[in-house]
Design a protein around this ligand. Structure first.
Ligand SMILES: Cc1cc2nc3c(=O)[nH]c(=O)nc-3n(C[C@H](O)[C@H](O)[C@H](O)COP(=O)(O)OP(=O)(O)OC[C@H]3O[C@@H](n4cnc5c(N)ncnc54)[C@H](O)[C@@H]3O)c2cc1C
Length: 133
């Protein structure tokens, strides 16, 4: 399990979006996707799919457990976890850890890669974390 060092996270700038409007958009999108079969619609990473649980980008290693006290533990260093870290920092909370089972951070974007495709670097600071389209 890797971890992101909170000191490396940027802080976000002033809030410039309409929260109510964004909430309404997300509610509408959520309603479109709700299904009767709930989580059972998803295949489990077992049997012939069990390799999806392995991290193909990291050399497996074993280390002793780390014991550390923290005010906030964020599970997962995907976009959600990283943004949670930024928001905590904005609130003056610096005592937190982001715990990640993969070998690096980025979540979906760590796990799924598209060889040969490149993008300009977009820092978290340049994103306002919301849909502007
Ligand atoms: C193929 C694909 C393409 C996409 N394309 C786009 C796009 O073009 N634009 C867009 O806006 N969105 C896109 N999305 C959606 C976007 O990637 C997700 O909305 C976003 O990644 C969700 O962020 P998250 O932090 O909630 O979850 P994730 O990114 O899934 O991160 C969760 C992290 O938590 C870790 N984790 C889970 N359980 C544990 C545990 N028990 N202990 C420790 N760590 C754990 C996982 O390893 C993972 O790294 C795409 C998604 C996929 C799958």
């Amino acid at each position: 399990m890797g971890s992101v060092i909170p000191e490396t996270l940027p802080t976000s700038s002033e809030k410039t979006f309409d929260t109510k409007k964004i909430e309404a958009i997300y509610k509408k999108e959520r309603e479109k996707r709700i299904r009767e079969d709930g989580p059972t619609q998803f295949l489990q990473a077992v049997g012939k799919y069990s390799h999806f649980k392995e991290d193909p980008w990291a050399v497996p290693f074993v280390r002793d457990p780390i014991e550390q006290e923290t005010k906030v533990a964020i599970v997962g260093a995907g976009f959600g976890g990283l943004v949670a870290g930024v928001k905590l920092r904005d609130q003056g909370v610096n005592d937190f850890l982001i715990l990640e089972k993969g070998g690096g951070y980025g979540g979906t974007w760590y796990w799924n890669r598209y060889p040969g495709i490149s993008l300009p670097d977009i820092t978290l600071e340049k994103m306002n974390f919301m849909d502007n389209s």
